[in-house]
Design a protein around this ligand. Structure first.
Ligand code: GDP
Length: 197
């Protein structure tokens, strides 16, 4: 699944532009700078996503990547810019809510959270949107190499505790470091399991 190219398919700003729902898809969400591009690069060994999603003008779009001809990886627009104008936030939630509502082939959203900082208010807002849409999501902690080894277990436990009252949260957290490859095989396995379901 991850051996072949993860090539760019389309940037969609409107739902009519989305590809047919003929295969499962896994979406990735996270605050800008959380390490989303780096994680996809680590998972696929490719640099396509990094280039594409950092292209100005594509930040408010759903970017589709073909994963081995069997699934799509969907790079959702980043959120939580330091000074996100209200309009930008509205555009984000508008597109995302419409997408979540109509996308039967969406298997799960992986919500990336910086392992050093944990869940921020803006992340909680996004989880609220996902809970409301009853879209299954799973937390992926990033940059875990920055978290001292002795604190890692507690960081994961705290995250799980924060999720315990959230109906659509998958009760398992992935802890990753793109830099050190930590949690990368586990994340690949989780995606592969979702696709084969
Ligand atoms: P994106 O905006 O979410 O796509 O984030 P990027 O993948 O571009 O990463 C943002 C910054 O975090 C870059 O400077 C990366 O080098 C850094 N970064 C990403 N992943 C890791 C990681 O696993 N460990 C460390 N230490 N830094 C990382």
């Amino acid at each position: 699944l991850f051996a072949g190219p993860c090539d760019f398919v389309i940037s969609a700003a409107r739902l009519e532009q989305l590809p047919a729902m003929d295969r499962p898809e896994i979406a990735l969400a996270g605050r800008s700078n959380v390490g989303k591009s780096s994680l996809v690069n680590a998972l696929t060994g490719r640099k396509t996503l990094a280039k594409t999603s950092n292209t100005p003008g594509r930040t408010q779009q759903l970017n589709y990547f073909n994963l081995g001809g069997q699934a799509y990886i969907v790079d959702m627009p980043g959120y939580g810019y330091a000074q996100a104008p209200v309009e930008q936030v509205r555009a984000w939630t508008g597109l995302v809510k419409a997408y979540l509502r109509g996308r039967a082939s969406l298997a799960r959203v992986l919500v990336l959270i910086d392992g050093r900082h944990g869940l921020k208010t803006v992340d909680e807002d996004v989880l609220g949107v996902l809970d409301q849409a009853a879209t299954s999501y799973q937390i992926v902690l990033t940059k875990f190499d920055h978290v001292p080894k002795g604190e890692r277990e507690a960081r994961i436990a705290d995250t799980l505790k924060a999720l315990s009252r959230r109906p659509a949260a998958y009760p398992e957290v992935l802890a990753t470091s793109s830099r050190e490859g930590l949690g990368v095989p586990e994340t690949r396995a989780a995606i592969a399991r979702l696709i084969s379901e």
